[in-house]
Design a protein around this ligand. Structure first.
Ligand code: SAM
Length: 293
């Protein structure tokens, strides 16, 4: 087995060899601790029968652990400067494909068809660029890709919001959007010292396992997300006030909102953070006919 990329010494050597300078705007904080990488791949539950999709391989610190523990790795890297470096650092592995594309613009489904059609189980495993954590996770879930789950490093605060339960201050429309599709669990917190350069925020690893079907059934997913987002627009406001100000023509449709809240047994003075996902589903279904005529 070749020497780990993710040690401070080897990372510095690679950066020096290529004269690489970090781009803060691309969220480039590389991992320099092999133990953390082993932990991430263990939590992801990889085997040689599974494939891994990585977002942002950097200089290959996590990629090589994925190459060792899974059957195949498909990695999307936006920074063209890293492509020749990865070709060099990952040369001991023949099961890695690097795609030089922005993950938010890439046709991931097509790439999975091209590269990973032999694999039933696909996990997304990454140390995410923090400036786009949420759009990346939402894209992967909303495009309904054939993946089993997502196990990623992100800002601890975002991990807490994603896995939050009703009644907590972290619970919001992001918790609902993600728990609608997955079972979410924070599996470890990570100190700043394992990154080069060190980020300003604390980090954590979150594991999202896709449900066979969404946790609740709703008439219309988009409308359900409109209602949940609207309900948290101003956290201190009641559900009634948020919905009247956020839903299309909400003020004129106040009576409809009052009626839907009554029908679903939700007190109009409650705040969004006290409603369970099931309550949001019932509420959104009760509002749907009037708002979609
Ligand atoms: N995986 C490496 C590691 O753990 O050391 C690097 C992780 S670093 C936090 C994030 C990586 O994502 C960087 O390599 C960055 O260039 C890349 N990146 C940033 N935005 C991206 C995007 N939209 N699509 C694909 N890669 C992106």
């Amino acid at each position: 087995m070749s020497k780990d990329i993710a040690t401070p010494l080897r990372t510095k050597e690679i950066l020096k060899k290529y004269g690489f300078s970090f781009k803060k705007s691309l969220g480039q904080n590389f991992l320099i601790d092999p133990n953390i990488l082993r932990n991430i791949t263990e939590h992801a539950g990889l085997t040689k029968d599974t494939a891994a999709i990585e977002i942002g391989p950097g200089i290959g610190a996590l990629t090589e652990h994925l190459a060792r523990t899974s059957g195949k790795v498909l990695a999307f890297e936006i920074d063209q400067r890293l492509v020749p470096i990865l070709q060099d650092t990952l040369s001991p592995y023949n099961n890695v494909t690097i795609v030089n594309e922005d993950i938010l613009k890439a046709d991931v489904e097509e790439k999975i068809k091209e590269e990973l059609s032999d694999y039933q189980d696909i996990m997304v495993v990454a140390n995410l660029p923090y400036y786009v954590t949420t759009p990346i996770i939402l894209k992967l879930l909303m495009e309904k890709l054939p993946i089993k789950g997502i196990c990623v490093m992100l800002q601890k605060e975002v991990g807490e919001r994603i896995s939050a339960k009703p009644g907590t201050k972290e619970y919001g429309s992001l918790s609902i959007a993600i728990q609608y599709y997955t079972e979410a669990e924070m599996v470890m917190t990570v100190p700043k010292t394992v990154f080069m350069p060190q980020p300003n925020v604390d980090s954590a690893v979150i594991r999202l396992l896709k449900r066979d079907k969404p946790i609740v059934e709703v008439i219309d997913e988009d409308f359900f997300f409109t209602v949940t987002r609207g309900s948290f627009a101003q956290r201190r406001k009641t559900i009634m006030n948020n919905l009247t100000s956020q839903l299309p023509n909400g003020k004129e449709r106040k009576e409809t909102i009052v009626k839907a809240l009554e029908e679903t047994g939700i007190d109009a003075t409650r705040r969004g953070e006290t409603l369970s996902i099931e309550e949001f589903a019932r509420l959104s279904d009760a509002l749907y006919p009037e708002f979609n005529r």
